[in-house]
Write a protein that binds this ligand. Structure first.
Ligand code: HEM
Ligand SMILES: *[C@@H]1O[C@H](CO)[C@@H](O)[C@H](O)[C@H]1NC(C)=O
Length: 339
């Protein structure tokens, strides 16, 4: 018997309540690890408030540029977090991955090593972020910090999805800042980035070399909850005559949402990359190292989010340049030529 007007208003009321519930759980249900630098990693000198005085809008600027870029290219948040990973594993989080080939200054680019060539992407968006930051606070924010902020903002943007059941949002962390930019690259180290055909022993050793343990390895690979892979890298390996660079969703269940469904695929034995599935196999080494974490994260999204946030802080702390070391690059692709 409800008149149209009152049914409209009760629908509105339900919407308002749902929205309020979403906002409350978004702000309370997320891990906010203390602003310490986390264990290991040796990130002394970084702090969450590093730009509070000199560039208070830094995070907002980064968020705005990524929001815009995502409209044309929904994959951008995934591509950006991967850049931070490939930066941090090579000489620490120092933006070495962003440098272009430049023989006069002796720079060989890390962009051409196997793990990055035709694969690492998002460099134009980093340039756009740098450009917008230089309008807001010229010469202040390092390219290495841009990658760290972009990683955090990307996860935050993708985790929030009011239209499916993920009302709680994705993992959040206080990104630690104060990194400075390198004046060199390291090709041998970039050649040694974790690879899709690496054994579990290799992956564990490569993570251990930068102070990351079994739990960090499993949590951080959970970033494969979004983004794409060329079929050449997948376990199916381009069946049915696809071209090598045909794209597949890394998480076939919820391809653009940051959640723990990735670990469910591992339990079912349907993970995309060989380097994903090795974390859960019949191999006794997997049983003794990574498998318990896979099961834990598959069973609890909350546990995954907490661990992911803590491990991202740890990864972001890998040997940063701080203080007077390095420089604040004017152009993320080139070292400054004046001193
Ligand atoms: C453990 C070792 C890892 C290996 C061997 C690995 C390997 C790969 C490979 C082969 C791809 C597909 C690239 C392409 O098709 O061009 C990929 C994509 C991706 N990786 Fe990883 N990865 C690892 C760890 C990580 C970590 C630690 C993160 C972030 C914290 C990460 C984030 C991503 C994301 C988001 C994508 C999709 C990128 C896009 O769509 O542009 N990966 N990874
Ligand atoms: C797929 O096949 C190509 C060509 O044989 C090979 O180089 C590549 O490593 C294979 N990928 C996987 C995931 O096995």
């Amino acid at each position: 018997m409800a008149a149209p007007a009152s049914s409209t208003s009760s629908l509105l009321l339900v919407l308002v309540i749902l929205l309020a519930a979403a906002l409350i759980s978004h702000s309370s249900a997320n891990a906010w690890p203390a602003s310490s630098s986390g264990s290991g990693g040796g990130g002394g000198g970084l702090s969450a408030g590093f730009y509070d005085e000199t560039c208070p809008s830094a995070q907002d600027v980064v968020r705005r540029v990524i929001q815009d870029a995502r409209v044309a290219d929904p994959r951008i948040p995934a591509s950006l977090i991967r850049l931070h990973f490939h930066d941090c594993f090579v000489n620490g989080c120092d933006a070495s991955i962003l440098l272009d080939e430049d023989l006069p200054s002796g720079i060989h680019t890390e962009k051409r090593v196997p793990a990055n060539d035709n694969s690492a992407r998002g460099f134009d968006v980093v340039d756009d972020i740098k450009c917008e930051l230089d309008k807001a606070c010229p010469g202040v924010v390092s390219c290495a910090d841009i990658l760290a902020i972009a990683a955090q903002v990307s996860v935050d943007l993708v985790g929030v999805n009011l239209f499916i059941e993920h009302l709680a949002g994705g993992p959040r962390w206080r990104v630690q800042l104060g990194r400075r930019d390198a004046t060199a690259t390291n090709i041998p180290s970039a050649d040694n980035l974790p690879g899709f055909t690496d054994t579990l022993e290799d992956l564990v050793a490569k993570f251990d070399a930068v102070g990351l343990d079994h739990g960090d390895l499993v949590a951080l690979q959970g970033a494969h909850t979004f983004g794409r892979a060329q079929c050449l890298f997948t376990r199916e390996n381009c069946t049915a005559g696809q071209p090598d660079d045909a794209l597949e969703n890394l998480d076939p269940v919820t391809p653009d949402v940051f959640d723990n469904n990735y670990y469910g695929s591992l339990l079912r034995g349907t993970a995309k990359l060989p380097s994903d599935q090795v974390m859960l196999s019949d191999d006794p080494y997997a049983a003794a190292t990574t498998a318990p974490f896979v099961r834990r994260f598959a069973g609890s999204q909350k546990s995954f989010f907490r661990s992911f946030a803590a491990s991202m802080i740890k990864m972001g702390n890998i040997s940063p340049l701080t203080g007077m070391d390095g420089q604040i690059r004017q152009n993320c692709r080139r070292i400054n030529t004046y001193y």
